[in-house]
Design a protein around this ligand. Structure first.
Ligand SMILES: [Zn+2]
Length: 284
């Protein structure tokens, strides 16, 4: 092939690449907040005793795994990052099984289907550092990481123990970071998206309250609770970092829910997520 023909072909090729990148530019900012819900698989085979329940006391034992993108007129907040790293999927649509965790859909293609790439994420927050929430955290290290000081200190301790995969979030160490000292944070400055400090399950667990124009206020609950039955019985899991702190955080959240007539989305709750549309649909 003559050099000129090759060059022409290469230029056409690069033009196509450019236009496909432009086609993936983030959608225009909405006029009010939206929440996209991503399907990050399931956890099955859990022992109810870990959560201080007998099997017959729970409606559903299995968990769903979810993560959320909040799109606000002034930016975006990604909350949690899935249980299976995108790099572990085979790309053929098959289900990845890792111990008691399984997932069929990688996260970033779901984000792309909604119109967003990790570059479009302004803020990133984890409910907490447990590995079923951090799998793709490194992808969001260009965003500003919103984290409680106690949580970050634990995550980057010399040898952190527990349900933790430090490699999955190692890039956050050098991310632009908004460190909170057991404090809430009004993310976009208008009170519509607020990260709330809810320590107990881990040293710096967080939830996010989102005021939606149509649906009203929604509270993304992380693992403040795992099962709805924890709300009615007051029981906490056996593996809380500090069970007394958990109870105080729960009482504060219950008060918030009541005062704001807000809905609680327990992140692992099957019944909650069965009724919610998945991305690229959204709630607003
Ligand atoms: Zn969890």
């Amino acid at each position: 092939m003559a050099f000129k023909q090759w060059l022409a072909g290469a230029l056409v090729g690069s033009a196509i690449v450019t236009s496909s990148v432009e086609a993936q530019r983030a959608p225009p900012a909405p006029t009010s907040p939206r929440i996209y819900i991503f399907d990050n698989g399931a956890i099955s085979g859990l022992d109810p005793a870990l959560f201080n329940f007998k099997r017959e006391e729970l409606e559903q034992v299995d968990f769903v795994n979810a993560s959320y993108l909040i799109v606000h007129p002034r930016g975006t907040l990604m909350f949690d990052a899935g249980a299976v790293a995108d790099g572990h999927f085979k790309g053929d649509g098959s289900t990845v099984v890792e111990g008691i965790v399984s997932a069929t859909k990688p996260l970033l293609p779901q984000l792309a289907a909604a119109g967003y790439s990790p570059r479009d994420i302004t803020y990133f927050a984890l409910s907490h550092f447990h590995s079923d929430h951090t799998a793709n955290a490194n992808e969001f290290a260009n965003a500003t990481w919103i984290v409680q000081k106690a949580e970050r200190d634990f995550m980057f301790a010399d040898s952190p123990q527990g349900i933790i995969q430090p490699a999955s979030y190692a890039a956050l160490r050098s991310a632009p970071t908004k460190i909170l000292d057991n404090a809430d944070f009004d993310v976009f400055g208008d009170g519509s998206v607020v990260v709330m400090a809810t320590p107990g399950h881990t040293p710096g667990h967080q939830v996010v309250a989102v005021k939606l124009a149509n649906r009203g206020t929604v509270l993304l609950g992380g693992d403040l609770y795992h099962y709805p039955e924890e709300r009615t019985t007051g029981r906490v899991p056996t593996f809380e970092f500090n069970a007394e702190q958990s109870k105080v955080s729960r009482a504060r959240v219950e008060q918030y829910l009541q005062a704001n007539n807000a809905a609680l989305w327990i992140e692992h709750d099957l019944a909650t997520h069965a009724t919610l549309p998945k991305s690229p649909q959204y709630v607003d």
